[in-house]
Design a protein around this ligand. Structure first.
Ligand SMILES: C[S@@+](CC[C@H](N)C(=O)[O-])C[C@H]1O[C@@H](n2cnc3c(N)ncnc32)[C@H](O)[C@@H]1O
Length: 341
């Protein structure tokens, strides 16, 4: 990232430190649902403390810090109301990332990042070092937290799905398989846009359980199968399009190739592969995903990759990379066609 020139290096360091303090205050706001509570009428710290079961004087200090950074607005009566930023952590608001802020700044990612030096020193997984197990196993045993994580994935999908639907032409595909498809947010929008298509979502059992409700709520039970499983063992067969959004970046090359080879094996001849990932630009070019890469380093053992690296993965798994279309959110659709032996 380029060094800002309008501020001194000292100020830049202070801004970074304060950025992490602000992030933790935003976590408190997201976790407690403060944006929801002040949405219709401003409230005092005492009122908010009663509503959230917090210690009023301490909560006041967090509210004041949030107001000083634009996340709330304190009026002359000491009541806190919303600002344009507050909507970003308000439940159900369009584009809201309340669940993402709660999970990324909260109880799992934050301790893993706290141990980032472990990963840098050893190449090992900071998350596993802190929690004693891989993150996917952890989520399976912590339902309440897994719900927040899976909802966070849906929030991000909701932001990107219009671009995915614009870029990908799914017409002509009879069966679209979303591998590691989470709660089924993306497949639901694809199936709504293509009423003749059928969908399959493969994910871990606890995620599929959470997703079933969503699919039923969308009235898609008769067109979408929710299959619990392990993509390292098997991927549902017979699909003519396989979508993997934000899945391959969770894994190292060897395991990524194992997943993609299972897709290759499962798909009908001439089948298509659609990866939604964020190819990172070279050298100094700013990119959110160069930081997401560190998230992968500490959380999953995966990595963000350049387009050339994705091309190698496709090649090693029996696919030709035929098209890369970048969306405004830095994410891209990498489209491949199955090379038949
Ligand atoms: C980063 S999330 C992306 C979810 C979804 N594709 C999205 O973008 O919203 C990765 C997904 O892979 C799933 N996953 C992890 N290991 C898996 C495995 N061995 N078999 C199937 N799914 C797995 C996780 O449960 C999670 O839903």
């Amino acid at each position: 990232m380029t060094t800002p020139t309008s501020i001194s290096p000292t100020q830049a360091v202070l801004q970074v430190i304060a950025g992490y303090w602000t992030a933790r205050c935003v976590y408190v706001a997201a976790k407690l649902g403060l944006a929801d509570l002040v949405k219709d009428s401003p409230k005092s710290a005492a009122e908010l403390a009663v509503l959230t079961g917090m210690h009023a004087p301490s909560l006041y200090r967090v509210l004041r810090a949030l107001a000083s950074t634009g996340w709330l607005h304190e009026d002359s009566d000491g009541r806190f109301g919303p600002t344009p930023l507050t909507v970003g952590i308000q439940t159900g608001a369009p584009g809201s990332l309340r669940a993402l802020a709660t999970t990324e700044l909260g109880e799992e990612h934050y301790p893993a990042w706290g141990n980032v030096l472990f990963s840098v020193r050893t190449g090992g997984l900071a998350f596993d070092e802190v929690f004693g197990m891989p993150n996917w196993q952890y989520w399976a045993g912590h339902d309440e937290h897994a719900q927040i994580f899976n909802k966070a994935m849906s929030e991000m999908t909701a932001i990107i799905e219009p671009a995915v639907l614009r870029i990908c032409d799914f017409s002509g595909f009879k069966t679209i398989v979303d591998v590691g498809g989470g709660r089924g947010t993306l497949i639901s929008s694809i199936l709504r846009a293509y009423p003749d298509a059928r969908g399959i979502v493969l994910d871990l059992p606890h995620v599929i359980e959470q997703g079933k409700q969503l699919i039923t709520g969308q009235g898609l039970d008769d067109r979408c199968q929710m299959i619990p499983g392990d993509f390292f063992k098997e991927v549902p067969g017979g699909g003519d399009a396989y979508v993997l959004k934000w899945v391959i970046h969770d894994w190292d090359d060897e395991r990524s190739i194992a997943i993609l080879r299972n897709c290759h094996r499962a798909m009908a001849p001439g089948g298509r592969l659609f990866l939604v990932e964020a190819p990172i630009p070279p050298r100094n070019e700013p990119s959110l995903h160069k930081l997401m890469d560190i998230n992968m380093l500490v959380m999953t053992g995966g990595r963000e990759r350049t387009e050339a690296e994705y091309r190698s993965l496709f090649d090693a798994s029996g696919f030709d990379l035929t098209r890369v279309t970048v969306t405004p959110m830095e994410l891209a659709v990498l489209e491949g066609v199955r090379r038949d032996a």
